[in-house]
Design a protein around this ligand. Structure first.
Ligand SMILES: [Zn+2]
Length: 248
C-alpha cells in the first residue's frame, strides 16, 4: 500500500513524527475499524479517526438525532434533528477525508447480529451508552478475537479500556448489568466536555494501538475524574469464571 502525493501532504504532520512515519501512516490506512455508537463518544472518535486516515470505518448506530444530544454530540447540528446518526456521521467523514471508506449501519447491535456486524474488523471501539450493549459487543470481540476499546462517560466520570480477549470487559463489570441500562445518561446526566475528553482519549489509544506506539498492555482501565481533572488506571484481573473469556 502506498500513499499518494495528496495523502503525503494531508498527513505530513503525522508522517514527520518518528513514532508514525510513512510506515505508521500506512498501518492507519490499512486498518478497518468499527465504531459502535455515533453519539457522544463517537462524536470525538469518528472525526479523529477519519482525520487520521483510518482506511475503513464502519459506523453502527440505529438512533436519530434529538435536541437533547446536541450539548455533547458535536457531529450534529440543529438542522439534523430527526435524521439518522449513522448517515450523518458518514456525511461528516466524506466531507472531511475522501480517502476514508466509511459504511453506516443503521441497526441496533445485539448478541444476534454482533458477529455479522463486527466480523472482519481489526479493532472495535465501543462508545455505546448502556451496559447490555457494551457486554454484548465485548463477548463478540472475545469470540472473534478482535481487540476492543470500550469507552464510557457519565456525570463527571469517564473510563476507557483496551481489551484483547482476556481479561475482557465482562471480567471488569460482571454479569449483573446484562439486562440493564442503569447507567443511561438520560437519567444520570453527563457533561459534554467530559465525553469529548474520554472520546479523544479512546481515539488516541486506538491510533497508538494500530501503529504500535507506547506500551499499552491490554486489560487496564483508565479512569478520568472530571471534577478533579485527573486520570488514574487500574489493572483488571482475568476472572477464571467469566462467561466470555473464562476457562469454565
Ligand atoms: Zn472475561
Amino acid at each position: 500500500m502506498t500513499l499518494r502525493d495528496e495523502e503525503l501532504e494531508r498527513y505530513a504532520r503525522h508522517i514527520v513524527l518518528p513514532q508514525v512515519g510513512g510506515v505508521g501512516q500506512n498501518k492507519l490506512k490499512a486498518a478497518k475499524v468499527a465504531v459502535v455508537g455515533a453519539g457522544a463518544i463517537g462524536s470525538a472518535v469518528i472525526p479523529a479517526l477519519a482525520g487520521a486516515g483510518i482506511g475503513e470505518l464502519t459506523i453502527i448506530d440505529d438512533d436519530s438525532v434529538e435536541l437533547g444530544n446536541l450539548h455533547r454530540q458535536p457531529l450534529f447540528r440543529e438542522r439534523d434533528i430527526g435524521y439518522s446518526k449513522a448517515d450523518l456521521a458518514l456525511q461528516f467523514v466524506q466531507r472531511l477525508n475522501r480517502f476514508v471508506k466509511a459504511a453506516p449501519v443503521q441497526e441496533r447491535i445485539e448478541r444476534e447480529n454482533a458477529a455479522r456486524l463486527l466480523g472482519g474488523h481489526d479493532l472495535v471501539i465501543d462508545g455505546s451508552d448502556n451496559f447490555a450493549t457494551r457486554l454484548g459487543v465485548s463477548d463478540t470481540c472475545v469470540e472473534l478475537g478482535i481487540p476492543l476499546i470500550s469507552a464510557a462517560a457519565v456525570q463527571f466520570q469517564g473510563q476507557v479500556g483496551l481489551f484483547r480477549s482476556k481479561p475482557c470487559y465482562r471480567c471488569f463489570v460482571g454479569d449483573a448489568f446484562d439486562a440493564d441500562d442503569c447507567d443511561n445518561c438520560a437519567e444520570l446526566g453527563v457533561l459534554g466536555a467530559l465525553t469529548a475528553t474520554v472520546g479523544s482519549f479512546a481515539a488516541l489509544l486506538a491510533i497508538n494501538t494500530i501503529i504500535g506506539i507506547g506500551e499499552h498492555g491490554a486489560g487496564k482501565i483508565h479512569l478520568f475524574d472530571g471534577e478533579q481533572l485527573a486520570w488514574r488506571e487500574i489493572r483488571i484481573p482475568a476472572d477464571p469464571s467469566c462467561r466470555a473469556c473464562g476457562s469454565a
